[in-house]
Design a protein around this ligand. Structure first.
Ligand code: P53
Length: 479
């Protein structure tokens, strides 16, 4: 039904996945082990456990994903049937450099992505690629210490350069690090491992470790931007920020100030990557907290020269904070600072559902970073039921996506936000990143498999598949 809005001409409609959540084939084509290969499944509210090797008596859901590695040709045909103009995935670092520190890349891995991208292009779909999506090679974590170590910056830039050289004629839109700011939640060892490859010691300062690792990622990202532009000036290289507005719980001035400070803290990543420099408050904060971060003048020059071309971001939910006198300086500490917002509903996994927050987010970023924006994830993780006739009536997913798209369209039409594309999460069902579950489903396409990796892997169209096809056909007018 038309709600009176649509997207601009040439808008990049598509869908997104990540290699480690979809491909499976964990030992195919010379692939090495990444951190995702040693993560056991968790559950709703139960954290995943990371082993330091593949243990014989354990199972690891990312070993199978949804077997996209062997099914991508049929999957891409289904994406084309929906009318996708683009498709976002990541390149598994361990298919290209199996341990991360080889001198030469693995040709079989490079060949796989050649075939994947060619198949997209033959179907009229342009690939959009994330270089690092929670998939750092395990060896770089265990032997190098992840992004504590400048040698890992070099390993990443080598990987990035290999990809840009090989695929620059096939891939125009790139992103460096997926949801680089999830590690703001530095109390979560899982977040620090996924983002930065950090294994933490109990007695170290985790917040300091986070700032230091993020800094080296900023340097790596900025170097990658420069390398990519030198190889092909037409490449568009973005950052990728997990955006979740943090509201004041009330109009009490302390709540409002706390929310502002929380937003600064959670999104300074975007300031560094888009503006090419740290905002002044960050250094002041480090001084006040006794946090030491090794930022050299050479690093600062690299950051300045390697600002991103566009802002890639994910949007799932919003959060709220409330002033608490035990925290008089209003320092943001994610798990302890977040409070329930009584004005928005929640998903079965407790994620607050807030479409208006997407328009707020787009305006907030537009005012601050002055770059084109690309919604590279937005979606609804839910239990799906397959009816006796095989149909899947996911009206809750349609409602979520429709409500969010309407707000995005208003941000474009009413507020002038420069939005270039929308790739909802996920193009096809995948294994959840936070829980490792299959049953937390996101896709337009259902994959017959359960949490233990049993199933026929058969693909089928959910109701949202046909809905999204119509959205794309009308350029977002029929929501
Ligand atoms: P899952 C945390 C908070 C918001 C988004 O998430 C997050 C995470 C990390 O889990 O991840 C992004 O699968 C991420 C995807 C992920 C998707 O959101 O935990 O970029 O890899 O699958 C949804 O429900």
């Amino acid at each position: 039904m038309s709600k009176g809005y649509k997207m601009p001409e040439g808008f990049l409609w598509g869908g997104a996945i990540a290699a480690h959540q979809a491909e499976g084939g964990w030992q195919e084509g010379g692939k090495g082990l990444s951190i995702a290969d040693v993560m056991r499944a968790g559950a709703n509210g139960v954290a995943r456990i990371e082993d330091d090797a593949v243990l014989p008596d354990q199972t690891y859901p990312n070993h199978w994903g949804v077997e996209f590695y062997s099914h991508y040709k049929e999957d891409i045909k289904l994406f084309a049937e929906m009318g996708f103009k683009c498709f976002r995935t990541s390149i598994a670092w361990t298919r290209i450099y199996p341990n991360g520190d080889e001198a030469v890349p693995n040709e079989e891995g490079l060949k796989f992505y050649d075939d994947l991208f060619d198949t997209c292009l033959e179907n009229g779909i342009q690939p959009v690629v994330t270089l690092s999506h929670f998939e750092i090679p395990l060896k770089l974590v265990k032997e190098y210490g992840g992004f504590r170590n400048r040698a890992v910056v070099d390993a990443f830039t080598k990987f990035a350069e290999t990809c840009f050289r090989r695929y620059h004629n096939k891939v125009k839109y790139w992103m460096t690090f997926n949801e680089i700011n999830n590690q703001t939640n530095w109390r979560s060892d899982h977040a620090l491992l996924q983002n930065s490859g950090l294994i933490l010691k109990d007695d170290e300062n985790w917040e300091e470790a986070m700032f230091q690792a993020a800094h080296l990622e900023f340097v790596a990202s900025a170097q990658a931007v420069q390398i990519g532009h030198a190889i092909d000036p037409s490449l568009q290289i973005g950052d990728m920020i997990a955006f979740s507005p943090i509201y004041p719980l009330t109009a009490k001035p302390e709540d409002v100030l706390f929310a502002q400070r929380a937003m600064d803290y959670r999104y300074y990543f975007g300031d560094v990557q888009a503006n090419g420099e740290y905002p002044a408050w960050v250094r002041h904060y480090w001084d006040r907290k006794g946090i030491h971060v090794d930022v050299t003048p050479e690093d600062e020059a690299i950051l300045k020269a390697g600002a991103v071309d566009y802002i890639g971001f994910s949007y799932y939910n919003s959060n709220a904070v409330e002033y608490n006198e035990n925290n008089p300086e209003m320092d943001y500490d994610e798990p302890n600072s977040s409070v329930k917002n009584p004005y928005v509903p929640r998903s079965d996994w407790g994620w607050q559902i807030d479409p208006v927050g997407l328009r707020y987010a787009m305006n907030w970023m537009n005012a601050r970073w002055h770059k084109p924006m690309f919604i590279v994830e937005n979606g609804f993780g839910a239990y799906d039921t397959v009816e006796a006739d095989g149909s899947i009536h996911d009206d809750y997913r349609i409602k979520y996506l429709s409500d969010h798209l309407l707000q995005a369209e208003k941000a474009v039409a009413e507020d002038g936000v420069p939005l270039i594309g929308y790739t909802p999460w996920s193009a096809i069902d995948i294994v959840s990143a936070s829980t490792g579950e299959m049953k937390k489903r996101y896709g337009f396409i259902y994959v017959d498999a359960d949490d233990e990796g049993h199933g026929s892997w058969k693909r089928s169209r959910k109701d949202s598949f046909n809905w999204y096809k119509q959205v794309i056909a009308t350029n977002g007018e029929d929501l």
